[in-house]
Design a protein around this ligand. Structure first.
Ligand code: SF4
Length: 335
């Protein structure tokens, strides 16, 4: 969708109220979460193997105009219990606003499923300037006291070692985001730590997460802010074996994480991961891929997220012994 088309949809006179079938006086958790949030774009060029967003919203990002967004922010600010704080100015990934191929004729012929994996495409404009300008304009509205970014971000776009053609705007964005727009917790999605699995997922190496975390902590500390990253992980993704999950447990513990936001892989329509789940073959190289399918196989992977819970320690120790990873036992379980 071009800007005019997406604006036309978002400018419709939505009431922003829950559907009238919810007549309860009790708060509706899903509504409470989004009632003061504004969607600034649709689509995602990340192309993660397990994600359906590019299938149903598009690989090319459609961004709203500043005017359309500002008009909606003003409407939100008129809601009866609005206190001045927006919970999100976001999208599928918060930091893809206005990003697209510089030469659209190259994009029209392109067959890459992701514009940022395995490398960020030379033709992708990753400038965060339009996003910085938008945040400035929203924050300058008298009704707005704080803008939080509740959507997850693509941190790989903000790392110079990855986004080698990124300009000063990516540093400015990161600094501003961390010092002004994180409501205590920033969501990001490394998804795994094993390079083999990450490659199948089309996600960057876990080393990059480590660098990002150090940057996040250093900027937060200098600004005197106590805030944390909430990382998301998936078990049993095609390609993930028990030994990968054992390594994930060791790597995340070494990174000082006790995981909360985790999920077991669920096949969803129109994704590459689902093709691998059902066929056991990676369609890109036609090589076999290990797939955990039974309840038992999935549970044996998932328990590694919770190495710190006493009820899993015995099973994790037995599995590590069977896998020949006794080196991890002491580190992970302390005996
Ligand atoms: S040419 Fe580059 S920016 Fe355009 S669609 Fe392909 S990968 Fe994305």
């Amino acid at each position: 969708m071009e800007e005019k088309e997406i604006d036309k949809i978002y400018d419709l006179p939505f009431t922003r109220m829950p559907h009238f079938k919810y007549n309860s006086k009790e708060p509706i958790p899903a509504y409470e979460m989004i009632k003061f949030s504004v969607n600034i774009h649709r689509g995602c060029f990340g192309g993660c193997s397990f994600c359906t967003i590019s299938a149903h919203q598009g690989k090319f990002v459609s961004s709203r105009s500043e005017k359309s967004i500002l008009d909606e922010v003003k409407k939100v600010s008129q809601l009866p219990d609005f206190k001045g704080s927006l919970s999100d100015l976001g999208g599928p990934s918060a930091n893809m606003y206005k990003m697209k191929g510089v030469d659209r004729s190259i994009c029209a012929k392109c067959k890459r499923p992701s514009c940022i994996f395995p490398k960020i495409c030379f033709n992708l404009n990753t400038s965060h300037k339009p996003l910085l300008d938008l945040y400035d304009k929203v924050e300058s509205l008298p009704e707005i006291k704080k803008v939080n970014i509740g959507s997850g971000i693509r941190y790989d776009l903000l790392m110079r070692e990855r986004n080698t053609k990124g300009g000063d705007d990516i540093d400015s964005y990161l600094h501003r985001l961390i010092t002004k727009n994180v409501s205590g917790r920033l969501k990001i999605a490394p998804e795994h730590t094993s390079d083999n699995v990450l490659k199948i997922m089309r996600k960057p190496s876990f080393e990059l997460y480590d660098s990002f975390m150090k940057k996040f902590n250093s900027i937060s500390e200098k600004a005197g802010l106590k805030q944390q990253i909430i990382p998301y992980f998936i078990s049993s993704h095609p390609g993930s074996k028990e030994e990968d999950m054992a390594q994930l447990a060791a790597d995340t513990k070494a990174a000082g994480l006790q995981l909360e936001q985790v999920q077991g892989f669920t096949p969803t329509p129109m994704t590459n991961a689902t093709v691998m789940y059902y066929t056991g073959i990676n369609p890109y190289d036609l090589k076999p891929v290990y797939v955990a399918r039974t309840k038992n196989e999935k549970e044996r992977q998932h328990m590694f997220f919770f190495w710190y819970k006493p009820e899993f320690k015995g099973r994790i120790k037995n599995t590590l012994e069977k896998l020949g990873r006794t080196d991890i036992i002491k580190n992970l379980l302390g005996k």
